[in-house]
Ligand binder design. Structure first.
Ligand SMILES: *Cc1c(COP(=O)(O)O)cnc(C)c1O
Length: 383
C-alpha cells in the first residue's frame, strides 16, 4: 500500500526517470537494492519497528513500483500484482458480489474469455456492449444493480476509443465504479483518473516495463476507499503479488517510459500515415489517423501522441495476412506488445473461435528500431 506523498518531483517524467526520487540506505545508493526478504524481525516490545511483518503483503521494492505508478496516474493508492490479468480479475472479484458489470465486446481477449466463461461462477455477471457508443453503455447500466463499468481505450486489437469522461458520468449516475484498462494508452498519453475514472489498470508487462522481460500488473485508485481496501485484502489472501525481482526490472524499465513511448507513438503515426490508402490494405486502424472512427475521442483524451499500437487489414484476406506476417523480417512474429522490439501478430489465430477480431487483421506493436526499416519491412512483406 502506498499513499500519495507530496514531493519535489511534481512531474511524471521526473518521477519515472528517478524511480520515485529516493536515495537508499546509509551509503545513499541512487539505485535501490532489491529487497528479497520474506520476513521481518519483531522488536522486544513485540512490535514490528519497520511496519512490515511478512513478504506477501509487504515488500519495499514492490512498494517503490507502487509509488512511481501512483504518481504517474495521480492516484490516491496503487497496488501491484503478479500480472495484468491478476490485476484485472482482482478488480472484478473485489466488487460487492453478485455483481452485474458492463464490459466491452472488443477488449483484451484473455480477460474477455474469463468474463464470458468463469467469471459468473464467482458472482461476476458481464453484459457485453459496443463501448465505442456511450449510449449503448448507458442503456446496459441498471441503477443499483450494476456494480462496475469496465472499458479499455484504445482497445485491442482495433484500437477503438471509448470516451472516458462520458462513461465516468454514466457510472457516477448509476452508483457504479468505472475501471479503465489503460495498458495501450499508458500514463504518457492518458490520465483516466483525471477524467473521472475510479480505477486504472495496467498490464505493466507491456509499456511500463517495456523490455518484454517481466510480467506485472497494477490497479491505481482515485480514492483510498472501501473498494481499495477490498482489493488490497484480496491480493493478500489470494497471494497474487508481484515478486521483488520483477519489481526491480519494472522500476528500471519505467525510468525510460516517456522517451520510449513518445518515440514509439511517433513511429506508429508515421507508419499509419505511410500505409493509409494503400491498395494492398483494406484498412489501417490507428487512432492518430483522421479517418479512424475514434479520432475525435482520441484527440479529446490523449496527449503527446496516439500510442504505439496499430493494426493493418489485408485486402487479400486471411491467407494474405498470414503470408505477410511470415515475410516480415524486422518485425518479430510473437504475441504481446509495448517492448522496445517491434512485434507482429495474426490476432485471430491466438484469440480463437468466437473472436470479434477480423481474420484479415495483423496487429503491430511498434518498437524503437529505425522507422524507415519498419516501413521498408512492411512494404516488402506486402508485395
Ligand atoms: C497483456 C494485456 C493484459 C494482460 O496482462 P498480463 O500482464 O499479460 O497478464 C490486459 N490488458 C491488455 C490491454 C493487455 O495488452
Amino acid at each position: 500500500m502506498e499513499r500519495k506523498t507530496p514531493s519535489l518531483q511534481t512531474s511524471s517524467e521526473t518521477c519515472a526517470a528517478q524511480a520515485g526520487g529516493a536515495v537508499h540506505g546509509d551509503e545513499r545508493a541512487i539505485v535501490s537494492p532489491i529487497h528479497i526478504t520474506t520476513t521481518y524481525e519483531r522488536a522486544p516490545d513485540n512490535s514490528y519497528p519497520g511496519g512490515k511483518a511478512y513478504g506477501r503483503p509487504d515488500n519495499a521494492t514492490v512498494e517503490q513500483c507502487q509509488t512511481v505508478i501512483n504518481t504517474l496516474e495521480r492516484a490516491a493508492a496503487t497496488l501491484m500484482f503478479g500480472s495484468g490479468m491478476a490485476a484485472a480479475t482482482s478488480f472484478f472479484l473485489s466488487l460487492e458480489r453478485p455483481a452485474r458489470v458492463v464490459v466491452p465486446k472488443v477488449m483484451y481477449w484473455a480477460l474477455r474469455n474469463w468474463l464470458g466463461t468463469d467469471a459468473p461462477s464467482f458472482g461476476v455477471h458481464p453484459v457485453f456492449v459496443d463501448a465505442t457508443q456511450t449510449r449503448e453503455i448507458e442503456a446496459a447500466v441498471r441503477q443499483g444493480e450494476t456494480r462496475a463499468i469496465w472499458i479499455e481505450t484504445p482497445a485491442n486489437p482495433l484500437w477503438s476509443l471509448t470516451d472516458i469522461a462520458e462513461t465516468a458520468a454514466i457510472a457516477r449516475r448509476a452508483g457504479a465504479l468505472l475501471g479503465v484498462d489503460s495498458t495501450a494508452a499508458t500514463p504518457v498519453h492518458t490520465q483516466p483518473l483525471a477524467l473521472g475514472a475510479d480505477v486504472v489498470m495496467h498490464s505493466a508487462t507491456k509499456y511500463l516495463n517495456g523490455h518484454s522481460d517481466a510480467l506485472a500488473g497494477s490497479l491505481s485508485f482515485a480514492r483510498q476507499d472501501a473498494a481499495f481496501e477490498r482489493a488490497s485484502r484480496l491480493r493478500g489472501e489470494l497471494g497474487s503479488v508481484l515478486g521483488p525481482f520483477e519489481a526491480a526490472l519494472l522500476l528500471r524499465g519505467m525510468r525510460t517510459l516517456f522517451v520510449r513511448v513518445e518515440r514509439q507513438s511517433a513511429s506508429a503515426q508515421r507508419i499509419a500515415e505511410r500505409f493509409a490508402g494503400d491498395a494492398r490494405l483494406a484498412d489501417v486502424l490507428y487512432p492518430g489517423l483522421e479517418g479512424h472512427t475514434g479520432h475525435a475521442t482520441a484527440c479529446k483524451q490523449m496527449a503527446n501522441g496516439f500510442g504505439g499500437m496499430l493494426s493493418l487489414r489485408l485486402a487479400g484476406g486471411e491467407n494474405h495476412a498470414i503470408q505477410t506476417a511470415a515475410r516480415l523480417k524486422v518485425f518479430k512474429r510473437a504475441t504481446s506488445l509495448g517492448g522496445v522490439e517491434s512485434l507482429v501478430e495474426h490476432r485471430a489465430s491466438i484469440e480463437g473461435p468466437g473472436t470479434p477480431c477480423p481474420t484479415d487483421l495483423l496487429r503491430f506493436s511498434i518498437g524503437l528500431e529505425a522507422v524507415d526499416d519498419l516501413i521498408a519491412d512492411i512494404d516488402q512483406a506486402l508485395r
